[in-house]
Every structure is written in C-alpha cells, then in structure tokens.
Design a protein around this ligand. Structure first.
Ligand code: FAD
Ligand code: NAI
Length: 466
C-alpha cells in the first residue's frame, strides 16, 4: 500500500490544479483518474474541444460568407470536416500531455484507474485491466466532476441522439440539428454546426435563453443568433424522441401544456444541464451522502467527513472550469493550514458564441430583487471605433454601480472578444472599484476595451464617444 499526504480523485481542472498545487507545496500527492488522459471534462470533451470547433467554424463561416468578400478577400473555401476534427483532437492531445508534464514537474503520481473510498484515508484504485492499487492518505479530495443530465423519453445513443461529447465529434454536418436546451452548450455547439451548414432549431423549456444571465444581455444574444439563422422554440419541451437509421422524430409540446407537434431532425443534441458525478465512489464508507440534486455539500471545501474535501462540479456553485480551479487552490492551501478562499460573488461567466456574452457580478434582475439602488451605464459597440472598422458592432457593454457608493456591482458584455475583456472588471471588482475608477483609467485606442471604459463613464452620463 502506498501512503500519501493527499489523494485526489479526478484529474479535471479541480483535481489537476489541486494536485499540482499540493506538489508545489511539498506534499506527497497522488491524483487518481479513470480516463486514459488527464484534464477531465474540460480538456477532453468540454471547454477545449468546443472552443477549437468554435474558432475553426467561425473562420470557415467568415471565409464562406460575405465577410471575407466585403474585406476584399476572395476565396472559395470548402469544408474538410475530418481535418477540422483532427486539429481539434491534436490540440486536445497536446493539452492533456501538458498536464502529464506538469504532474512530473511537480512530483504528482498519476494513479490510472477508478478510485473508490473504502474508509477514512483509504482508497482503492481499479485500472482498466481489473488490477487494484491500495492507497492510504491523510486527506482525500473528491474532484469527480459532472456528467450530462439525461432527459426522460430522449435516450442518448451518441449516434442520432447526442450529448455534448457526441456533438463534438460528428462525422458529418447535420442537415437539421435540434438542440434541446438553450443554455451554454446548446448555443455554443448549435453555433458550431450552424456555421458549418446545418439548419439548427433550439427547443427551450423556459420563455428565454440562458436563464441566469442578465435578461437584456440574453435577449441581445438571442436576437443576434436568430439573425444568423438559429431558430428558437421557447416555452416548449421535447417529450419523446424516436431514432431511426437516418434521423429522429421528436414530439414537442408547449411547456405550459397543449397539443404535441412532430419535428424531424437528423441529429438531436440534449443539453439540458449537467449533474454531479459520484457513481461508485464509496461515499457511504465515510458517512457521506449527496443531496437530492446529487451534490456533495461543503463548508469551505470540507465535507462532513474528517479529512475528506470536495471541489469542482461535484459540489455547489457554477459548473465552470475556473471555479473548479479556484476551489482547488483554496482547498490545498487550507489543507496545509493557509488561508485559501474563493470569492463566489466574482466568478465570471462566458458564452463563446458570436457575439460572445461575458458577465461578472449581479444582473439587473438580481439587484432589483434585492431592492438595491443602482445606476446603469451602457455603451454600444456600434459606437466603438475598433468594432466599427472590424465590422463587428453587435452588442454592448453595461456597468451596474451602487447608486450611493458607485461601487461596481455587475458587468454584462455582449460583443466581439468580450471573453478576453471581462477580466479587467474581475480585477477591478476584486479591489472594490467604483465605476469612476474605470472611467478615469486610460485605455488604449483604438480597442474594443474602450467600450468598457465608456460604459463606466456612462454611469454618470459622461460617455464621449456615442
Ligand atoms: P471534470 O472536469 O468533470 O473532471 C472530473 C474527472 O474525474 C473526470 O476526468 C473523470 O473521469 C474523473 N473521475 C470521476 N470519478 C472518478 C473516480 N471515481 N476515480 C477516478 N477518476 C474519476 N467551463 C468553463 O469554465 N469554460 C468553458 O468554456 C466550458 N466549456 C464546456 C463545454 C462543454 C461541452 C462541457 C461539457 C463543459 C464545459 N465547461 C466549461 C465546464 C467544465 O468542463 C467543467 O466545469 C470542469 O471540467 C469541471 O472540472 P472538475 O475538475 O470539477 O470536473
Ligand atoms: P445549462 O444549465 O447552461 O442550460 C440548460 C438549458 O436547458 C436551460 O436553459 C434550461 O432551461 C433548459 N432545459 C432544461 N430542461 C429542459 C427540457 N426538458 N426541455 C428544454 N429545455 C430544457 O446547461 P448546459 O448547456 O447543458 O451546460 C451545462 C453546464 O456546462 C453549464 O451550466 C456550464 O456550467 C457548463 N458549460 C460552460 C460553458 C462555458 O463556460 N462557456 C460552455 C459549456 C458548458
């Protein structure tokens, strides 16, 4: 039996960051991962492959449609889907190998196989050949992530009825892709396949897309995606899907009840959320149980069981890679007696469509519900010179600030490259900046980031570029 200071279950952004930090701090650490490669959902079948296809499909569409032609670039592109998938897979392989390198560099043992908690400080790992390794640990960190939420009546077979993993590696462009769920996965992967030539219909239970994002930002994004050709069926639910060799027949009903309608698709993507993954973990052996949603509760990353910690998608909070990463750092710092902390109020959220949607802090709806007096400053990208010369003028920057103190409470951006710009506000808000602080900060010209400053200036009606 091998003995460790810390054994981490799961090698995703939660687990691998925890393992690397533990190694840096001189702990004897093992990371148990059942997949063939490290990196978890994010690197293997999540963030990274989806962004690879979003990038490639965006360029394809720009070259294919009017965009290149209007810039005076005349090309006749054709789609090589196999190559597009290959470059995605190559990038993913490079990234997962990168984690292996970091493990070696920081003296982290990767124990290949599925981990099972046998009791306090006891883990058994079963590898793909059935071989077992027993580990002993002072602390165990559960970072087992999440899996796609199933939908009754719509059985995922990853042939015709896909989850996100299936939709990231289709061998052909669908003629008609029906996406169930207008959340992040539905909009990102729906965008990929629409750009590559599919007709895309998104069926959403609620009467809006992306519940939780600022309503005005969500509406703007929906309008932009609608203009690109994505059809939205809001307030509707799929109650049954029947696959055949060539397609799927779907039964769609109004969410509020009413007559069912039949919809034909050649592929269906089920993207109605994810659920925590704790299958076969042996939680009962340390007296732990999940709640009704399958989540493992934590208090500052500690579970109720002494010496057992939990981070990432398998516990409460947004299911995001950077949240898992932050928790990993804080959890390991606490294990060594330091003061690790995650500021859950300032976890940014990005939808990598075109335009992108990026936000941090409170939405207008949240502030209204709290009865908090706030001022809003908005600035459209139509008035931003860089966006204009690049012909990317959809969207806006919106800054919400406390009516009395001017402290920035929320920022909502819809527009070009806003994923790369929201970090400015994350830093500012971490330092409790006021809108005036941003308004008085020089930004380079011409950049899209000037729109972020102008929005802050407009909290006091001072924008100069509209
Ligand atoms: P995971 O990444 O799920 O890793 C958990 C790992 O644990 C898995 O590899 C699993 O095999 C392993 N495991 C489970 N049980 C055991 C066991 N018993 N023994 C050994 N190993 C085990 N987030 C973003 O922030 N940005 C994005 O752009 C983004 N895009 C996404 C796109 C898609 C299509 C999907 C599906 C998700 C996306 N996410 C994104 C979410 C992100 O992937 C997750 O929030 C993140 O991966 C969570 O990290 P984690 O370490 O908690 O879990
Ligand atoms: P989601 O929670 O973002 O969206 C699910 C959508 O499905 C919601 O709009 C919901 O109302 C709808 N829905 C639920 N049940 C339905 C039903 N029966 N019929 C029709 N609609 C229904 O979940 P999604 O898109 O599956 O993504 C899962 C998680 O993965 C995200 O919440 C996010 O945490 C993470 N993710 C993050 C990304 C990013 O940061 N860019 C990208 C992709 C995923």
């Amino acid at each position: 039996m091998s003995s460790y200071d810390v054994v981490i279950l799961g090698g995703g952004p939660g687990g691998y960051n925890a393992a690397i930090r533990a190694g840096q701090l001189g702990l004897k650490v093992a990371c148990v991962e059942g997949r063939d490669t490290l990196g978890g959902t994010c690197l293997n079948v999540g963030c990274m492959p989806s962004k690879a296809l979003l990038h490639a499909s965006e360029l394809y569409e720009a070259a294919m449609g009017k965009e290149f032609a209007e810039l005076g670039i005349e090309v006749r592109p054709s789609l090589n889907l196999a190559q597009m998938m290959k470059q995605k897979d190559d990038s993913v392989a490079g990234l997962t190998k990168g984690i292996e390198f970091l493990f070696r560099k920081n003296k982290v043992d990767w124990i290949k196989g599925w981990g099972h908690i046998d009791g306090p400080g006891q883990v058994t790992v079963t590898d793909s050949g059935g071989g077992q390794t027993r580990l002993q640990a002072r602390d165990i960190v559960i970072a087992t992530g999440s899996e796609p939420m199933p939908l009754p009546g719509v059985e995922i077979d990853n042939r015709r009825i896909l989850d996100s993993t299936g939709a990231l590696s289709l061998g052909e462009v669908p003629r008609h892709l029906v996406v169930i769920g207008a959340g992040v996965i539905g909009l990102e992967l729906g965008s990929v396949w629409r750009r590559l030539g599919a007709e895309v219909t998104v069926v959403e239970y609620l009467d809006r897309i992306c519940p939780g994002v600022d309503a005005e930002a969500g509406k703007t994004l929906q309008k932009a995606l609608g203009k690109q050709g994505i059809a939205f069926r809001l307030g509707a639910k799929v109650t049954r899907a029947t696959p055949s060799a060539s397609g799927v027949q779907l039964s769609v009903e109004p969410a509020a009840g009413g007559n069912a309608e039949l919809l034909e698709a050649d592929y269906v993507l089920v993207a109605i959320g994810r659920r925590p993954y704790t299958s076969g973990l042996g939680l009962e052996n340390v007296g732990l149980a999940t709640d009704s949603r399958g989540l493992l509760a934590n208090r500052q990353h500690r579970t109720e069981a002494p010496g057992v910690w939990v981070i990432g998608d398998v516990t409460s909070g947004p299911m995001l890679a950077h949240k898992a990463e932050d928790e990993a750092m804080a959890c390991i710092e606490q294990i060594v007696g330091k003061a690790g902390e995650v500021n859950y109020a300032l976890i940014p959220n990005v939808i990598y469509t075109r335009p992108e949607l990026a936000s941090v802090g409170k939405t207008e709806e949240q502030l209204k519900a709290e009865g908090r007096a706030y001022k809003a400053g908005k600035f459209p990208f139509t008035a931003n010179s860089r966006a204009k010369i690049n012909h990317e003028t959809e969207g806006f920057a919106k800054v919400l600030a406390d009516a009395q103190t001017d402290e920035i409470l929320g920022v909502h951006l819809v527009g070009p490259s806003v994923s790369e710009m929201i970090g400015e506000y994350c830093v500012a808000m971490e330092f409790s900046a006021s809108a005036e602080d941003i308004a008085l900060t020089c930004h380079p010209h011409p950049t899209r980031s000037e729109a972020l400053r102008q929005a802050a200036m407009n909290v006091e009606g001072m924008a100069t570029q509209i």
